[in-house]
Write a protein that binds this ligand. Structure first.
Ligand SMILES: Cc1cc2nc3c(=O)[nH]c(=O)nc-3n(C[C@H](O)[C@H](O)[C@H](O)COP(=O)(O)OP(=O)(O)OC[C@H]3O[C@@H](n4cnc5c(N)ncnc54)[C@H](O)[C@@H]3O)c2cc1C
Length: 312
């Protein structure tokens, strides 16, 4: 049963967004890297700031539950799905543009993938983004949680971020400082603001040298991570005073399995979907891992994966 305010919001949204971009009962398993998740009441694709602002305005007016998603590579959606509206960015939000006056500055739309951003920057001979080339998210999702890898993080390359409020008002630009970046966190997480694009500052370098570094990191990632299985990357955040993967391995949980969900044998920081895993399977693995690691080490692991309409 869809809540009344959600039906109302979908009706209003359908008045301004073409029907092929307002999908009803859309399975979230098609939009998440875990390949898990039941249907969203509606899945709305917005292609520019004007549309997004209008859609967010309608959602906030009706009070309908909603969530903005990027590439779905850091979320676990409940098997029952999501009883509200999922908003996704596309079109103009996939743009990438080098500044005419300062070639080391590049504006990237929130929906553009990290991999294609990296390819663009490598081609232009712009270095500094290599660390992010293998992160399978969007720029918006990466800025939202200050994604990082191999010693780099988004806060190292973000000059400023264009945002709007959760209700579609208040278009503005925030400086790197104002984004309040910290480990896997930014101010967007606290305020619900939407990231529209990021201005990145890079450094000039030889394209071949950049490409070599990107390849080296890709080889490292492929050799250490279970990249052939659906997952959401690291399941837990790095705790103070340790590494989640090491703690999980020390607790003898490599290969621990419930249904189709498994603590990866290759990298115990990842819970993988070995085929047909449900969200409940993943949650059961996560609960057991947390309990056992706490029992053995006294450290309570906190999820890095965002749980949508489900909980531990
Ligand atoms: C195989 C694999 C490897 C990974 N490796 C890494 C890694 O090395 N380092 C790392 O940090 N992460 C890693 N991840 C996790 C994930 O890719 C990152 O967290 C990524 O930044 C998520 O981006 P996304 O666009 O997929 O966000 P989603 O999963 O779609 O969303 C995550 C959160 O961001 C919010 N969000 C998304 N876009 C916006 C926006 N435009 N405005 C406001 N909020 C927004 C959503 O509401 C949600 O709360 C990995 C994942 C996988 C599957």
């Amino acid at each position: 049963m869809i809540p009344k305010e959600v039906s109302e919001a979908i009706k209003s949204i359908s008045g301004i967004i073409p029907g092929d971009r307002v999908l009803r009962d859309e399975p979230m398993s098609a939009h998440t890297s875990f390949r898990i998740g039941g249907p969203a009441a509606a899945f709305v694709v917005t292609e520019n700031e004007e549309e997004l602002s209008a859609v967010l305005g309608m959602l906030s007016e009706t009070g309908a539950e909603h969530l903005l998603v990027g590439n779905g590579s850091n979320i676990l959606v409940a098997d029952e799905g999501y009883p509200g509206v999922i908003v996704r960015l596309s079109g103009d939000f996939e743009s990438i543009e080098q500044d005419e006056d300062d070639p080391c500055l590049v504006r990237v739309g929130a929906a553009r993938l990290m991999s294609s951003t990296s390819a663009f920057l490598t081609g232009k001979g712009l270095a500094g983004f290599e660390f992010a080339s293998g992160i399978p998210g969007s720029i918006g999702g990466a800025v939202f949680m200050d994604a990082g890898a191999y010693g780099g993080e988004m806060k190292d390359v973000v000059e400023s971020v264009r945002v709007m409020n959760a209700d579609g008002t208040g278009l503005r630009t925030l400086s790197n400082d104002e984004m309040e970046f910290s480990y896997r966190h930014s101010v967007a997480e606290d305020s619900g603001m939407v990231i529209l694009s990021a201005l990145l500052r890079l450094a000039k370098d030889d394209p071949e040298a950049i490409a070599a570094r990107v390849s080296e990191l890709a080889a490292k990632r492929n050799s250490r991570q279970p990249v052939n299985y659906p997952s959401a990357g690291s399941t837990f955040k790095r705790p103070v005073g340790g590494y989640a993967a090491a703690l999980i391995e020390e607790s003898g949980l490599k290969g621990y399995r419930v249904g189709g969900a498994e603590v990866s044998e290759k990298h115990s920081g990842f819970v993988i979907n070995t085929g047909g895993a449900t969200a409940e399977d993943v949650l059961a693995v996560m609960r057991h891992v947390r309990e056992k690691v706490y029992e053995d080490s006294g450290i309570m692991l906190e999820p890095e994966v965002r749980l949508i309409n489900c909980s531990l």
